[in-house]
Write a protein that binds this ligand. Structure first.
Ligand code: SF4
Ligand code: SF4
Length: 372
């Protein structure tokens, strides 16, 4: 049987238009039965930042999804996420998601209040993860990703969004254990198997292009995508913005594992024709196809040092840096530190220790780190 992905146009974050488009996308994808169920809605709140930056899932998109789920009879709805470095006082208000959660009668959940262990017998690299304990209390987890480019994984969508279920800095050691994108992708797929999200709905009304996921540029895509299969959704979403979807590690590795689908041809796009909505000037990240094949051959540990050296490096721009220290706190490799220079302190980095996880780039609040 084909796996459906609903693909629907939506020009703005106007509530009437959003409500209609979300309803239609879910219907086209085969629907979701939430009657009497407790749900966890997991938007992407990489940084609790202004919605105009397109870093987080848009709050009005979250509002429309909550209203849809309430209309369909969900008994309780929780909303939350945990940024990589969760500052004291993080409350989801800058992104506007906390406000729409409370205004609609859903419940905001802080992922750091308790942890639980989830398991997968079929995990390749990880058989268990410690995630937010709300996962134990709900019947369904629904991923609400933002369409974005990603320095490490090239693209972030419904699958990568699940990494936020790991509270705060507990994510960082995974970058050290799985420093290349092949292994990191395999680990993310282990998490997907353990979480088993029931459904995914993507905010692609305005995506992020260029140096995502935290420092790229807003780009109108004017679409909403929905599917019961997170991998199928990501394959279609990455195709829309011009990627060969098989150059995205999580897509490629998921098909190898047969995670609900074995081949792209197993996907049926309902609604807009993919060819009509493809964008040809989206600023993408990643490597050309032949480089990807070489990378595939060279992902083994013995070649990791070579791989590490040829990857782009984080450069810390002294003039822009506000010395907040967040890049230092999040670096699980202890590869950067403050040093005293003639003009005051600056961030120094040891590129031999740096594993190119780009967490520092994601977290920097003032775009003072460039990946070159
Ligand atoms: S310096 Fe940045 S890219 Fe390098 S390991 Fe630390 S957080 Fe990752
Ligand atoms: S996160 Fe950015 S602003 Fe803060 S210390 Fe690091 S480079 Fe400077």
């Amino acid at each position: 049987m084909k796996i459906k992905v609903g693909l629907v146009k939506c020009n703005t974050y106007n509530n009437e238009e959003l409500d209609k488009a979300i309803d239609e996308a879910i219907g086209l994808s085969g629907g979701i039965d939430v009657k009497g169920k407790k749900l966890l809605l997991k938007p992407n709140i990489l940084q609790d930042s202004d919605p105009s930056k397109a870093i987080s899932t848009h709050p009005e998109f979250v509002r429309s999804v909550i209203l849809y789920m309430q209309k369909e009879g969900a008994s309780e709805i929780y909303v939350g996420d945990s940024p990589g470095f969760q500052k004291p006082g993080y409350n989801g208000k800058k992104s506007g998601i906390r406000q729409v959660t409370e205004e609609t009668g859903a419940k905001w959940i802080d992922f750091t209040t308790g942890k639980t262990t989830i398991r997968t017998e079929t995990g390749k690299l990880q058989k268990e993860f410690k995630v937010t304990s709300i996962v134990d209390e709900v019947d369904m987890i629904i991923s609400l990703p933002k369409m974005k480019t990603h320095q490490l994984m090239y693209f972030t969508g419904a699958v990568k969004n699940l990494f936020g279920l790991l509270p705060g800095l507990s994510k960082s050691p995974y970058h050290v254990t799985y420093p290349n994108r092949h292994n990191f992708g395999e680990m993310i797929l282990d998490l997907l198997e353990a979480v088993k999200p029931a459904y995914s709905i993507m905010d692609a009304v305005i995506g992020m292009e260029g140096p995502g996921p935290g420092n790229g540029y807003p780009k109108p895509v004017k679409l909403i995508l929905a599917s019961q299969n997170a991998v199928a959704l990501d394959i279609i979403a990455s195709s829309v913005i011009g990627y060969d979807p098989m150059t995205i590690p999580t897509n490629k590795l998921a098909l190898r594992r047969h995670l609900g689908l074995k081949h792209i041809s197993d996907i049926l796009v309902e609604g807009e024709a993919l060819s009509d909505v493809k964008i040809d000037d989206y600023k993408l990240l990643g490597e050309k196809k032949f480089q990807n094949i070489i990378f595939d051959l060279f992902h083994f540990r013995i070649f990791e040092k070579y791989q590490q050296k040829r990857k782009p490096k984080p450069y810390f721009i002294e003039e822009k840096c506000i010395k907040c220290g967040e890049c230092i706190k999040i670096c699980a490799s202890n590869a950067n530190w403050f040093e005293q220079g003639p003009n005051g302190k600056f961030v120094a980095v040891d590129y031999n220790k740096c594993i190119r996880c780009y967490c520092c780039h994601e977290i920097c609040p003032v775009d003072a780190i460039e990946i070159r």
